[in-house]
Design a protein around this ligand. Structure first.
Ligand code: IFM
Length: 414
């Protein structure tokens, strides 16, 4: 697919490349409901007692996917990203569930009948409980298990998937589970984190090879990548040597190391952009201190994350060094103020237009998320959705104004 950059007109509403993909994203545990055989579900039963929200029925997308996809189609979406719940496909080691296979085939066929390009994630933060009990990605065998599952998915769903994302945000996943200790398995151990990263990298590489071995037939080449979550960063003291050294190391570890560990096994880059980090001060005694965006009077989302669309351009520019097609596989804002979401989408897409104008190979934008969803340790309170979910009224769906504004931008294609 060759894409020419269009002249930047400072107006995100016109001149988009013809084959640019537009859509939204989600993940199984966050929307499907009753993902009872995964480690998050089991962990939620324990932390529920500590007052944390549980995913429960989520948005009931498992049964209501048809309704959700129809709404996306009406909004002009041409692509959709979802994840397959590994624990549904393989609830017990080596035993694959045909009902789950049939379900996901129906889901993917529905997307095809809506004319949508599909992005499928194989692991989006959850693991089958049996694998977590064996150490999850701490265990060396995890790459073997993941590849066996990837192979199975390639055989069962290969005809219905356009883009494969082996892993979602491996660095965030490892950090939250093994350094911050906020997600299962709630550990705080840097050595284990590094081990998890190594095993995830091996899992990706082996799954990459397996997907290609099965799917590259008759002139078709599978498209396989990772959805990575790079940050844009800013030095508040650009003159300070130590701060610069820290920033370079941090940038490498946070944004690039994953590509270094999996070199040659990406057909495209999946980019989830959310974070802008202000490096306030670095000292030998206190380490790095990051500035609170509120303290700097910056605009923030309901989660307190800085709203910084310009960082999307910066991240795209930086990652263009890999000379691969780039798809924004997530970008979104948690806000109950839908005007803020509309503004966020316009400004973010302006940055994407800017990147195209600068000649970068960006081929699609998937807003996070199609509907409101379960937001991990924050429960159901953050509202990311283009479509609102009324959790008190039968999970009724309401298309937000911002969704229509997004639709208006994507319509006129040249
Ligand atoms: O909801 C998450 C998603 O699961 C992964 N990327 C970031 C989103 C917002 O936090």
């Amino acid at each position: 697919m060759s894409q020419k950059s269009e002249k930047f007109k400072n107006d995100p509403q016109s001149g988009w490349p013809k084959h640019f993909l537009w859509g939204a994203a989600s993940s199984a545990h966050q929307v499907e409901g009753h993902t009872v055989d995964n480690d998050w579900w089991q962990w939620e039963q324990e932390v529920g007692a500590r007052g944390r929200a549980q995913a429960n029925l989520a948005t009931d997308h498992y049964r209501r996917y048809g309704e959700d996809f129809q709404l996306a189609k009406k909004l002009g979406h041409t692509a959709h990203r979802l994840s397959i719940e590994w624990s549904r496909i393989e609830p017990k080691p080596g035993s694959f569930n045909l009902d789950a296979v049939k379900h996901y085939r129906r889901v993917l066929t529905t997307l095809a009948s809506c004319g949508m390009t599909t992005f499928v994630t194989l692991q989006h933060f959850t693991l089958p409980a049996w694998l977590a009990a064996r150490g999850g990605f701490e265990a060396k065998e995890s790459a073997y298990y993941f590849t066996r599952y990837a192979r199975y998915c390639a055989e069962e769903f290969g005809d219905l998937v356009d883009f494969w994302l082996t892993l979602n945000e491996p660095v965030i996943y490892g950090w939250m589970g093994w350094v911050n200790g906020v997600w299962p398995p709630e550990k705080k151990n840097m050595l284990l984190f590094l081990r998890v990263m190594r095993h995830m990298a091996r899992a990706h590489e082996q799954a990459y090879a397996a997907l290609h071995a099965i799917l590259d037939t008759g002139g078709h080449t599978a498209q396989v990548g990772v959805a990575h979550n790079p940050v844009s960063w800013y030095l508040e003291r650009p003159h300070a040597l130590l701060d610069n050294v820290f920033a370079q190391v941090y940038d490498w570890l946070r944004n690039h190391r994953i590509y270094g560990m999996t070199r040659g096994t990406h057909d495209f880059l999946g980019i989830n952009y959310y974070f802008h980090e202000r490096i306030k001060k670095v000292s030998l005694w206190r380490g790095a201190v990051f500035a609170d965006p509120k303290e700097r009077l910056r605009e923030t989302s309901d989660l307190g994350w800085e709203v910084y669309p310009a960082g999307l351009y910066d991240v795209l520019t930086d990652l263009s060094r890999y000379r691969l097609p780039m798809y924004i596989t997530e970008n979104g804002i948690a806000t109950r103020n839908d005007a803020q979401r509309e503004d966020f989408i316009r400004r973010s897409l302006r940055e994407v237009r800017h990147a195209l104008d600068a000649g970068l190979d960006v081929r699609g934008y998937l807003y996070w998320s199609l509907t409101d969803a379960y937001e991990w340790e924050h429960g159901f309170s953050p509202r990311f959705g283009l479509i609102g979910i009324d959790y008190d009224k039968g999970l009724a769906r309401t298309v937000r104004r911002s969704a229509k504004a997004y639709a208006d931008i994507m319509q006129p294609q040249t």
